[in-house]
Design a protein around this ligand. Structure first.
Ligand SMILES: Cc1cc2nc3c(=O)[nH]c(=O)nc-3n(C[C@H](O)[C@H](O)[C@H](O)COP(=O)(O)OP(=O)(O)OC[C@H]3O[C@@H](n4cnc5c(N)ncnc54)[C@H](O)[C@@H]3O)c2cc1C
Length: 303
């Protein structure tokens, strides 16, 4: 066990964790950041919508952030996986797969989510390449294209209406009987959006680019891309078995506006808190949690 007590240990080195590390580093805090390097957006080649970095490779973004953190010798990054977190009165003890253990006054969990995806052959090949979860991230590149929408809960109706902003050529694949009201079906058909309820058996693609959606009844639909409503995401690092932390109905860890959970001293930010918050959102939350934590620690140190 490393006997030093760090001000903050951050688990997860995505935009959330790295942003928290930057502001805490600049606040003269001793920080350890531990990342296992398997973010959910690793499947995609380009990330969009982040000011000054539109179209950047997700890995490149992290590389730049880590490089800039090197200027702060009070921040140390480890490539490792946290396997255990314990809370002792005023301290957290974080243990990693490689056998390190770190003590910290505050803990930030920025471990994100992982996606399970529908069990349709060919889905994994197109996910992040031509079929995406978020139109704000990837809608522009597919505007006006013949697109597939995958989803079946009532929420898919509004999701489809939203996607209509980027393309009018939409087919909604519910992959089984639609679980929403007939009046919604009518609304979509009135806008010339076809609803295919027959189960999808395969997605055919070429180097990640969707070409055809094939159904159980042998029908083939030509589509060049699409969007998926529900990625069946779950916590990348499930803390609930180790700490008595509250989970909200969306599977995110419950917290106040700044990321503080019901466990004193434990903050959660980014996708782990919100399911899907985007790069800018995660970075913003990291900054905010960092500022709040530094304020708290400064007041404690004064006493
Ligand atoms: C296909 C796809 C495309 C996307 N495109 C965009 C886009 O264009 N623009 C945009 O703004 N957003 C996009 N997003 C969303 C964006 O990737 C996330 O909202 C954002 O990365 C969340 O940041 P985060 O820091 O919370 O988590 P992440 O970026 O997921 O980082 C979490 C990190 O924690 C690590 N970790 C997990 N468990 C442990 C553990 N036990 N120990 C150590 N480390 C651990 C993970 O390996 C990972 O590196 C996309 C998402 C997907 C799935």
């Amino acid at each position: 066990m490393n006997e030093a007590v760090f001000d903050v240990v951050i688990i997860g080195g995505g935009p959330g964790g790295l942003s928290a590390a930057l502001v805490l580093g600049r606040s003269c805090r001793n920080v350890v950041i531990i990342d296992k390097g398997t973010p959910r957006n690793d499947v995609t080649l380009e990330a969009h919508g982040l000011l000054t970095r539109d179209g950047i490779k997700p890995q490149k973004l992290r590389q730049i952030a880590r490089q800039q953190l090197r200027a702060y010798r009070n921040v140390t990054c480890f490539n490792d996986e946290v396997i255990q977190v314990e809370k002792h009165t005023k301290q957290f003890i974080v243990t990693t797969r490689l056998g390190d253990a770190f003590k910290a006054r505050r803990l930030i969990v920025a471990t994100g989510m992982i996606d399970e995806l529908p069990a349709i052959p060919g889905f994994r090949e197109v996910y992040g390449r031509s079929v995406f979860p978020c139109p704000y991230c990837d809608g522009w590149e597919r505007k006006g294209e013949p697109l597939a929408v995958f989803g079946n809960e009532e929420k898919v109706v509004n999701f489809t209406k939203l996607l209509y902003n980027w393309s009018k050529d939409l087919i909604l694949f519910t992959n089984g009987a639609a679980q929403f009201d007939g009046k919604f079906k009518q609304e979509l058909t009135d806008h010339h959006i076809r609803i295919v309820e027959t189960p999808v058996v395969k997605l055919q693609s070429n180097e990640g680019k969707l070409e055809k959606v094939l159904t159980e009844t042998g029908q083939t639909f030509f589509r060049t891309g699409g969007f998926l409503l529900n990625t069946r995401e779950k916590q990348a690092f499930d803390l609930s078995e180790q700490l008595d932390i509250h989970i909200n109905e969306r599977g995110g860890y419950e917290s106040d506006d700044h990321g503080l959970t019901n466990v004193e001293g434990l903050y959660v930010i980014g996708d782990a808190k919100n399911s899907f918050v985007g790069l800018a959102g995660a970075a913003g939350e990291g900054y905010e949690a960092g500022v709040v934590i530094n304020h708290e620690l400064s007041m404690e140190d004064w006493e």
